[in-house]
Design a binder for this molecule. Structure first.
Ligand code: NI
Length: 170
């Protein structure tokens, strides 16, 4: 890791248009993408968070980092390019938050199990089976790539109250 990898990137907050945009597919895994992934990882751990999507650091690209162990368990770390949910099953309601919606936690319904397809930084296509919290985080981060925040999955009333709160602050 080079020295400048160790600087946390600024996190875009609700109201920033980058969070509402559909992120672009990544066609080439070049130096810039690898650098972005490393810096996202650093930013996620520094926050600390268990998942981060590139639009949250103002890069409208289909790249996510996920680690439900927050750096404790290497096998929980995933960096995925162009991730997609190819199968989902069951339902689970759990309180959720997001680094881009600071201070808000609300119960959100998500699939209990999900199969996610994506490409690793080494260019290898993978299928991952995730369950519980891991499935939730993948779904949450992939939502970000489609311009969706977790509050978009709440009731219209709750969502508009939260949006109003942030409009006042900014
Ligand atoms: Ni989020």
């Amino acid at each position: 890791m080079e020295e400048h990898d160790n600087i946390a990137l600024d996190i875009a907050v609700i109201g920033n248009p980058v969070l509402a945009r559909k992120a672009e597919e990544i066609k080439n895994i070049d130096e810039k993408i690898i650098e972005l992934a490393k810096r996202m990882l650093y930013t996620m751990y520094a926050a600390p968070g268990i998942g981060l999507a590139a639009p949250q650091v103002s890069q409208s690209k289909r790249l996510i980092t996920v680690d439900i162990s927050v750096g404790k368990n290497k096998s929980d770390l995933f960096i995925l390019i162009n991730p997609e949910i190819i199968h989902k099953e069951g339902q689970d309601i759990m309180e959720e938050g997001c680094l881009s919606v600071p201070g808000v936690r609300e119960p959100v319904s998500r699939p209990f199990q999900a199969v996610i397809k994506g490409i690793t930084l080494e260019g290898k296509e993978v299928n991952l089976e995730a369950e519980g919290l891991a499935a939730r985080v993948f779904c949450h981060e992939i939502d970000h790539l489609n311009g969706k925040l977790f509050i978009d999955r709440l009731s219209p009333l709750k969502r508009s109250l939260i949006r109003k709160k942030f409009k006042k602050k900014n």
